[in-house]
Design a protein around this ligand. Structure first.
Ligand code: FES
Ligand SMILES: [Fe+2]
Length: 399
């Protein structure tokens, strides 16, 4: 249910103070990290079964609202996002009336791909025969109109796609349709947190697509636990993080975790009144496929949002990643060049360290015996949640 209370942003400073307390308890008592109740066993087939893969593409990547970006990417009439990673090519457009609309990227004459560039413009002109649509999706003109005499131009507008803009976040369902997306309902108890992050003020600095020959969930798993960090990221991320210390929070299907960077050293053994100012940081998991880190810890000083969206490719062993790095409204004086540097640094780590592992493991996983099972330990709690939730969304059990 949409609920008015969920529109109220929470007090991020108080929230962060509470999170810091939990992390400090872990660091000071040696309890280390939040844990799930149990170890979870999962069949390797969950990653390799083609039927399951087809169900995910159909029931998740066409039916669940997907984050396509943030309002700052679509500030003026004619601004657009082209989104095809979920399979169905979609154009999201800021209309002349300021509203967002989304359409299939599909010309209504003979099905050509209509938009190929993200550049702002007042018209979408089809590259096949030159039909021209306005940014509200209406067919405006066509060469040799006499050849289509008798047809009503008003019925030849672009095919709508469900879209919603909420607190700076933009969602679509990647298929034709006109129904409303109730974002507050979709986000549920995570809504106040996302509202507090002021995501509408983000400025996109870099985005790129990375393909990896592995299953999309196997690749996504690497963003969702810190157990691998001291091993896979021994010489990179782990230099700035206490090993295996994290707090987890679940908000229905959405989740959050936060590790303890080395700058927490200044908090240990001190009364709260003497804690130095350290800003909110966490990794957010937005069901079904998105993580975004709201952090300054990549280099210890540059605040960014680093977002990774994972999608199934053409087969269970192919995945698509959209990696985007944003400058933040609360980070004055940070230049695009600094944000771009963070983007390159993170992508290097993900591309080489995480995706090297995901890619190299795929032949082993793909050829595992049919009844092979593996484990999510109690610290891999986020994975436990999201694999259950994905299984639930497609109506196929995990074991
Ligand atoms: S297919 Fe677009 S104008 Fe012909
Ligand atoms: Fe990693």
């Amino acid at each position: 249910m949409g609920n008015a209370a969920t529109h109220e942003p929470l007090d991020l400073a108080a929230e962060w103070r509470d999170m810091q307390r939990r992390l400090v308890v872990h660091l000071e008592t040696g309890s280390k990290t939040d844990l799930a109740d149990d170890v979870m066993q999962i069949e390797a087939k969950v990653y390799t079964d083609p039927l399951r893969f087809a169900a995910e593409r159909e029931k998740i990547f066409r039916e669940v609202p997907l984050l396509v970006g943030f309002s700052g990417e679509l500030s003026s009439a004619g601004d657009r996002i082209l989104f095809d990673a979920a399979g169905t090519p979609v154009i999201v457009l800021r209309g002349s009336d300021g509203r967002l609309r989304a359409f299939l990227n599909l010309c209504t004459h003979r099905g050509a791909q209509l938009a190929t560039s993200c550049e702002r413009s007042k018209r979408l002109v089809c590259p096949f025969h030159g039909w021209s649509f306005d940014i509200d999706g209406e067919l405006k003109s066509l060469p040799l109109a006499a050849a289509f005499e008798g047809l009503d131009k008003r019925e030849l507008g672009l095919v709508p796609v469900p879209v919603a803009e909420w607190q700076g976040m933009v969602f679509v369902k990647a298929r034709a349709g006109e129904e409303e997306i109730d974002v507050a309902e979709f986000l549920g108890s995570a809504a106040p947190l996302f509202a507090a992050l002021d995501l509408g003020s983000l400025r996109l600095v870099k985005t790129e697509r990375v393909d990896v020959r592995s299953n999309w969930k196997f690749a996504l798993d690497t963003f969702c636990e810190i157990y691998h960090v001291p091993v896979v990221h021994k010489d990179s991320l782990s230099l700035n993080l206490y090993p295996n210390v994290a707090i987890f929070d679940a908000y229905g299907r959405h989740q959050r975790y936060s590790g303890a960077p080395r700058d927490f050293e200044g908090l240990l053994g001190k009364p709260e009144s003497q804690w130095p100012q350290v800003n909110y940081q966490a990794v957010h998991f937005l069901f079904p496929n998105t993580t975004f880190a709201f952090t300054h810890s990549l280099d210890g000083k540059t605040p960014v949002v680093a977002m990774f969206r994972l999608f199934p490719g053409e087969s269970p062993g192919e995945a698509i990643t959209l990696a985007s790095t944003y400058g933040r409204g609360d980070a004055e004086g940070i230049s695009d060049a600094q944000v771009a540097q963070m983007h390159a640094a993170v992508l290097e780590i993900v591309g080489v360290e995480d995706y090297g592992l995901a890619r190299d493991s795929w032949p082993s996983l793909e050829n595992a015996p049919p009844d092979f099972k593996f484990l999510f330990g109690r610290s891999e709690v986020l994975l436990q949640h999201y694999h259950r939730d994905l299984a639930d969304a497609i109506g196929m059990p995990l074991t």
